[in-house]
Design a protein around this ligand. Sequence first.
Ligand code: 13P
Length: 246
Amino acid sequence: MRKQIIVGNWKMFKTNKIGVRFIENIEAKIKGNPNLIVGIAAPSIMLSDLTKVAKNIKIAAQNCYFKEEGAYTGEISIPMLKEIGIEYVVIGHSERRDIFKEDDELINNKVKALLEANLVPILCCGESLEIYENGKTMEHVKNQLTKNLNGISANHVKKVVIAYEPIWAIGTGKVATPQIAQDVIKAIRDHLASMYDQNIANEVLIQYGGSVKPENIKEILSQPDIDGALVGGASLIEDSYLGLIE
Ligand code: 13P
């Protein structure tokens, strides 16, 4: 049985004090569940303070660089994240790929470095509206994963969380139907089986992301291959975040 994993992605919203209050308020209202991982991916400046007040909520980073240290102005290293107890790091979000021009090779280096450091990458993939309308979704997503997982061992890949986020469904209110999400995520699992083997593919947690809300999460998570959600907008409001994890 795979666990479920629901992670809120705050993107570039909130400030430190507001973030800390949010985590304190949510922690007071939730209990741990061994079969459900819940998290918040927060801006890096908040991570240290949030980890101090989080108990059941896993505080995740939204990005990192793959080098241990060096002259990389503005970047954050894996040792910096490890020291404050971060376990999960979102990698290759479509906003990083599109706005900040991160390519597949850079994303592959980040995934490798995180796994070598024993952290969990939440590796995002997903297609643009144009690719979707041209019926090239599966080809595109498989190609991303082939490149982003290049050189990663079977033992390591089991730890990766994959987030399928169709770009046309992010922040648009246009949610992929549960069936579309299931079909793509099943194709991702089949692709992992062809890259590794079926047993490995069956262990990998795969999330859906794109306009997930308390009202639609149940139907999305009821699909057999969908193990969780990566949620933007609906994770910013306390009641709504609670609604997602309830
Ligand atoms: P929304 O839930 O706001 O569509 O964002 C999805 C997302 O990008 C999560 O990483």
